[in-house]
Ligand binder design. Structure first.
Ligand SMILES: *[C@@H]1O[C@H](CO)[C@@H](O)[C@H](O)[C@H]1NC(C)=O
Ligand SMILES: *[C@@H]1O[C@H](CO)[C@@H](O)[C@H](O)[C@H]1NC(C)=O
Ligand SMILES: *[C@@H]1O[C@H](CO)[C@@H](O)[C@H](O)[C@H]1NC(C)=O
Length: 336
């Protein structure tokens, strides 16, 4: 049978569509395989077991995880590890079917980091298409992902918690096309240079999205957000008017929000100091082109915040923030 011009077009479009929605449904060559309840020789039933099996020889290694809810706490202290979750669309966190889950709080664990569901204490680690949750809930610091990691990348990764969900503590880091949920100071840390783009930031209750704790004037730490959406999480309560982009955990705190799409209304002040008596001279907070359906009708940012203009887009571009060598370690497929 011959093809009409339009069946050819439809065929071409469907092929293009398939190519765009690329999945990763089988392990890359050489990857350790994690599968819930596995009895297959050579596979691992937990991520921790697969991490423990990685050779300590300085080579780059990868782990592939099949769909499932893995209830465990995982510690990575080996450089050059890539962890992939099974997915039918590598670009979309909404297609994630792998969850690493643990319930612990900082008081019981002994520190913020020690409460983390996934703790990374090594460099050049990449995560793709997995969800990480701390199910502790309201009332305690309880970290889902703790990243003490340089050249760290989270791609289409979902982070679920309530207070202190993400500890972005040290090193140069990217969080691209993922999901980050919480209520209180849920993106925090002291020394990391972290760049966030294309994420959904989901607010569960009043509080602050960030609490950057940059410790001194010569600390490199800064959190830069570009092109993210802020919206309600699925369990949101009393969010409108009750959350802030950031509050200053220490007097050198630095956070920038560019091109943010608001789908739930923040407090009109957008930013706040830790206390009324905090010295705000060296706090560096600013937003540019905050848009969307839920921009407050009257914004009244504190006088000590920055008035950013369009030049902020180049001053805080990924190249400016991470250095032009970022292309050697960032998966740029997640920047478009
Ligand atoms: C994973 O399992 C834990 C423990 O049973 C549970 O609390 C959590 O809600 C589960 N997460 C998902 C995403 O199913
Ligand atoms: C977000 O959730 C709050 C409940 O806290 C609700 O009042 C509000 O309408 C929701 N906003 C949107 C845009 O869904
Ligand atoms: C403002 O940000 C939105 C995304 O939230 C983007 O679509 C738009 O192009 C930006 N406008 C300018 C002038 O950069």
């Amino acid at each position: 049978m011959y093809r009409t011009w339009w069946t050819t077009l439809l065929f071409a479009l469907s092929v293009a569509g398939t190519a765009l929605a690329a999945g990763r449904t089988s392990p890359p060559s050489g990857a350790k395989v994690v599968r819930q309840g596995t009895t297959t020789s050579g596979e691992y039933a937990t991520l921790s077991a697969a991490v423990a099996a990685l050779p300590d020889d300085g080579t780059a290694q990868s782990i592939f995880i099949y769909a499932g809810n893995y209830t465990e706490q995982v510690y990575i202290d080996r450089d050059d590890v890539t962890i992939y979750g099974y997915t039918t669309d590598v670009q979309k966190y909404t297609h994630n079917v792998v969850t690493i889950s643990h319930m612990q709080d900082a008081a019981r664990a002994g520190s913020d980091d020690a409460s983390g569901t996934l703790r990374i204490h090594s460099n050049n680690v990449k995560l793709y298409n997995i969800n990480i949750e701390n199910t502790r809930g309201p009332g305690s610091q309880a970290i889902a992902l703790s990243a003490y990691s340089d050249q760290f990348g989270a791609y289409a990764v979902g982070l679920y918690g309530y207070q202190d969900t993400l500890l972005a503590q040290s090193g140069n880091q990217v969080y691209l096309k993922g999901y980050i949920e919480g209520a209180t100071d849920f993106i925090f840390g002291q020394h990391a240079v972290s760049y966030f783009q294309g994420n959904t930031i989901a607010v569960t209750a009043g509080g602050c999205i960030t609490a950057n704790g940059r410790g001194s004037s010569d600390d490199p730490s800064i959190y830069v957000f570009n092109n993210n959406v802020v919206k309600n999480s699925s369990t949101a309560s009393s969010t409108p008017g009750n959350y802030f982009f950031g509050r200053a955990w220490g007097v050198y705190s630095r956070v920038i929000f560019l091109n943010t799409d608001l789908e739930v209304t923040p407090n009109a002040a957008i930013w706040k100091a830790w206390s009324d008596t905090q010295d705000t001279t060296n706090i560096f907070y600013g937003d540019y082109n905050t848009t969307g359906s839920d921009v407050p009708s009257k914004v009244s940012e504190p006088s000590w915040t920055q008035k950013l203009t369009s030049s902020a887009e180049s001053t805080y571009s990924i190249t400016s923030v991470l250095g032009s060598s970022y292309t050697s370690w960032v998966d740029t497929a997640y920047l478009s």
